[in-house]
Design a protein around this ligand. Structure first.
Ligand code: SAH
Ligand code: SF4
Length: 349
């Protein structure tokens, strides 16, 4: 499937807007940009623009995401949005409100080609890359929702559908927009990768020091080849070298994601191998432990929470830093790995 090429509200650059607004006074570009990114307003609601221009912009700058459904946890602090994209594929975005921060989890691709068997997105296969407009608009829509509760987005994580490193140009342009136009600090933006080494190396040379999360899930190549097939191309030793270089150049903490799968990667021997790996990074890599969410294509259970905590204690005793992550959103299928568009969600009237 080819990428859409038409201009969209959050896909256009400032220069493209200037072309679109040719014949208008120069300051109109700034007014429109500030309306879109500071007020998070629809062109039609940017009140300092003349009415006729607003109407034209509503036509010339369509939205990239069409709402296809939405669900919220019972206390309303986790909201999952389902969108239809041009061409008909669907992606999801999750907004998580915490007392001290508001995080948006964005998708970078419709589906994913990496084929991790335990991941619902991987089970669905790859459809297409997302455009800059589609990525940025996910955050804006979530920010508009947060605004309704007087909250501002503080963190963005590329942990939705897709492999960000496989679509790095669009991901990076979106990061620049989040940083430069939505005002987020790079240290509050995290790119998660399954371990695509050329992407990590590329990121290392880009100017903003974003956080890097690596989905490790196994600390020896035998098991990782099974869980994360791309490991056959980018094995653990080389991956660790790339993480180590990223850390040296960027001075950002590298974190390792570890979805705990009952009886598969939660043994004492796994903890020992993992601790040995993280000790090779200086300062040490940080491990995030998340019990696996069982998915239709991989019904194995997640590790029981008591064992997850024991595993964390073991890692800590072995000198590794580890945190048990809350499984936000399981109730509404919005947790990591459960993002597979197409299941029914509650549609708001
Ligand atoms: N493709 C990237 C980013 C998206 S996935 C990556 O893999 O890192 C975000 C996180 O959810 C990854 O750490 C992924 O391994 C994890 N994940 C996928 N399926 C999961 C599942 N069923 N249970 C728990 N975590 C899962
Ligand atoms: Fe793709 Fe990440 Fe899922 Fe693997 S875990 S299939 S890389 S989205």
């Amino acid at each position: 499937m080819t990428l859409p090429t038409r201009a969209t509200q959050y896909g256009v650059t400032r220069d493209e807007l200037a072309t679109l607004l040719k014949g208008e006074p120069r300051y109109r570009v700034d007014q429109l940009w500030e309306g879109l990114y500071t007020q998070l307003a629809e062109p039609n609601d940017i009140s300092n623009l003349p009415k006729a221009l607003r109407a034209r912009l509503a036509d010339d700058l369509p939205t990239a995401l069409t709402p296809a459904g939405e669900s919220a946890s019972s206390n309303g602090d986790t909201v999952k949005f389902l969108w239809t994209l041009e061409g008909g594929s669907k992606v999801e975005t999750v907004l998580m409100l915490y007392p001290d921060r508001a995080t948006v989890c964005v998708s970078s691709q419709a589906g994913c080609a990496m084929g991790c068997g335990f991941c619902a997105t991987g089970q669905a296969g790859f459809t297409r890359h997302l455009t800059v407009g589609e990525i940025v608009e996910q955050v804006v829509r979530a920010a508009q929702r947060a605004q309704q509760s007087d909250r501002r987005i503080s963190n963005i994580v590329f942990m939705g559908m897709g492999e960000p490193m496989a679509n790095l140009d669009a991901v990076w342009q979106s990061v620049e927009r989040f940083h430069g136009d939505l005002g987020l600090s790079a240290r509050h933006i995290t790119i998660s990768t399954v371990g695509v080494i050329p992407g990590i190396r590329d990121l290392q040379h880009r100017p903003l020091p974003v956080n890097l999360a690596v989905s490790l899930h196994a600390a020896n190549d035998g098991l990782r080849n099974e869980l994360v097939p791309i490991n056959k191309r980018y094995p653990i030793e080389d991956l660790l070298d790339a993480c180590s270089d990223y850390l040296t150049v960027k001075h950002r903490r590298v974190s390792f994601e570890w979805a705990m799968i009952d009886g598969v990667n939660d043994r004492d021997s796994d903890a020992r191998e993992l601790a040995a790996l993280t000790r090779r990074l200086s300062p040490h890599g940080h491990v995030n432990l998340i019990p696996l969410n069982p998915t239709p294509g991989y019904p194995t259970m997640g590790t029981p929470i008591g064992r997850v905590r024991d595993f964390r204690d073991l890692l800590e005793n072995l000198g590794a830093n580890a945190t048990v992550r809350q499984n936000r959103g399981t109730e509404i299928d919005a947790a990591c790995g459960q993002l597979a568009a197409g299941r029914p969600v509650t549609v708001r009237a």
